[in-house]
Ligand binder design. Structure first.
Ligand code: NAD
Length: 492
């Protein structure tokens, strides 16, 4: 153990903030001290950094402390819902529990490289629209940066940073030899024509090309992007490099070097985690119900895969709202309807319910598979699921972790639950580099082994350290990245 760095017990963790960007200033109200663990909250327009010890305190104490520091309610919510700070809060807890060297923590808390680009694109009507794009590489300590490209209106720099860091921990949890990256473009892909989408994609690739490549940074699909976008991505990159380079991106159609099983991989991984959680808790899938938020790639496939092992899926939603049927939904019908209409609207095999209502339904398994911050301190106590399997990245805020923990909800955290996607992306990258392709069965068997082993390692870590599954998964991932960072050394 590092001298002077104490091991922490779960309930009494005087965690040390260590790195340069961590809050050292104690103005704006000073550092509050009580028996609660500490978490970093950046508040106020001047980015005054305050350390608040609260995790084990009732919510009104959090609010009282924050208000006494000049935070209004809106700022508290913004703070809780900043995914980058949420990532750092969990990283701090895991690092403290591991007794990591403060110098290593300082490296892991920040992103290695960030690019912001401004992208003029000619629209169908002849006008020019200027889009903002990002690519962030959080870590390349264990291998090339790896992570998706998101096309959505609410993409922003802190979200992309958080998503990049989550990729670092995720790749380490499932032991694939990648670091973490993420990218995004502020746009609404559903309002663009196919031609506009292609021009945005190609312009984005050329804008960030200098840091890409099979050995540098390998993107993949995420919200609002799909196999076609990845095909344009690979084509643009290959043309500029004057080479055929399918390993430059994953999630491509099979005809241009994609892997069998990649489309289903994330949802299938969610099902495998749910299946292992049920086994761990002694529950029979055939007697269980599931609720899914999100009817896109991850949500829809998770629903279908859960149904395959006998779980009854009683509700699913998209951004416009949900469908509920106590007797079980017709998932094949919903999938066909979604392919035609791209929305659940108009499907009549269930009752319409709102997204908030859907999250609070009585069920055994809840799969948030849409976006971040859907379970926060405002609704965590209203969640009735016994198990949460996080298909989406960052669906639960750091404040909500504690509430779910107290309620005894078994949470399979995002960096494990949705790692099936990056696992098969890794297989795709390997196959492209070898130009030798595997059968679907080979892909599925190898992926299942990795997911089942990673689930077992996380639960074992949680039990050994008396930690939540989330912090245990962070401990597994962070420790592996810390080790490569330490062994490689600091190049001055
Ligand atoms: P997608 O675009 O295919 O689907 C997203 C779905 O969520 C859509 O049905 C959309 O209508 C719905 N949605 C969006 N905002 C919502 C909201 N506020 N409330 C309810 N529903 C909402 O995206 P995807 O690829 O399925 O990704 C979903 C999540 O899974 C994201 O967090 C993504 O980062 C994560 N993820 C995806 C992959 C992958 O392989 N695609 C891998 C790992 C993690």
């Amino acid at each position: 153990m590092v001298p002077g760095h104490q091991r922490l017990t779960r309930r009494h963790a005087p965690h040390r903030m260590t790195q340069a960007s961590a809050p050292q200033r104690q103005d704006g109200g000073g550092v509050l001290r009580d028996n609660y663990r500490e978490i970093v909250v950046f508040c106020g327009r001047r980015s005054v950094a305050v350390v608040v010890h609260f995790i084990y305190g009732p919510r009104r104490i959090i609010a009282k402390q924050a208000l006494s520091l000049g935070m209004n309610q809106q700022q508290q919510v913004a703070s809780e819902e900043n995914p980058y700070q949420a990532m750092q809060a969990r990283l701090d807890l895991a690092s403290a529990r591991l007794g990591l060297d403060p110098n290593i923590i300082a490296i892991l808390r920040t992103c290695e490289r960030e690019i912001t680009i401004s992208m003029p694109v000619v629209m169908d009507d002849g006008s020019i629209q200027v889009f903002e794009g990002f690519r962030v590489q959080h870590s390349t300590s264990r291998g090339p940066a790896k992570g998706g490209i998101r096309f959505a209106m609410n993409v922003n720099r802190d979200e992309v940073r958080a998503l990049a860091a989550w990729m670092t921990w995720k790749c380490a949890v499932v032991s694939v030899p990648f670091g973490g990256g993420k990218g995004g473009v502020v746009c609404d892909p559903f309002k663009m024509s196919k031609g506009e989408l292609e021009r945005v994609t190609r312009r984005y690739v050329t804008g960030i090309m200098d840091i890409l490549g099979p050995d540098r940074d390998v993107p993949a699909p995420d919200m609002g992007t799909d196999g076609q976008v990845m095909a344009w991505f690979m084509d643009t990159y290959s043309m500029h490099q004057r080479s055929y380079l399918p390993a430059s991106v994953t999630g491509k159609p099979v005809s241009i070097g994609g892997s069998l099983g990649r489309v289903e991989a994330t949802g299938r991984g969610v099902m495998l985690c749910a299946r292992e959680a049920l086994k761990h808790l002694g529950m029979n899938p055939k007697e269980c119900t599931a609720v899914i938020q999100g009817a896109g790639n991850v949500g829809m496939i998770s629903a279908l895969q859960l149904a395959r092992i006998g779980v009854k899926v009683i509700a699913i939603s998209d951004v416009h709202g949900g469908l509920y049927n106590k007797a079980g939904l017709d998932l094949t019908g919903i999938r066909e309807h979604m392919k035609r209409r791209r929305t659940l609207d108009g499907f009549d095999g269930g009752d319409r319910i709102g997204n908030n209502e859907l999250m609070e339904l009585e069920c055994d398994i809840l799969v948030p598979a849409a976006t971040e911050n859907v379970i926060t301190s405002r609704n965590a106590d209203k969640i009735h699921a016994k198990i949460i399997v996080e298909g989406a990245n960052g669906p639960v805020t750091a404040n909500a972790d504690k509430i779910l923990d107290d309620k005894g909800v078994f949470v399979v955290p995002d960096i494990l639950a949705n790692a099936g996607g990056v696992t098969v992306s890794y297989f795709e990258w390997v196959q492209d580099r070898m130009s030798f392709f595997w059968t679907q069965k080979e892909v599925e068997e190898r992926m299942e082994r990795i997911m089942v082993d990673s689930f077992a390692a996380t639960v074992d870590m949680a039990q050994r350290f008396g930690e939540s599954n989330r912090i245990a998964a962070y401990m597994l991932g962070v420790n592996r990245v810390a080790e490569t960072t330490r062994i490689r050394g600091i190049y001055a």
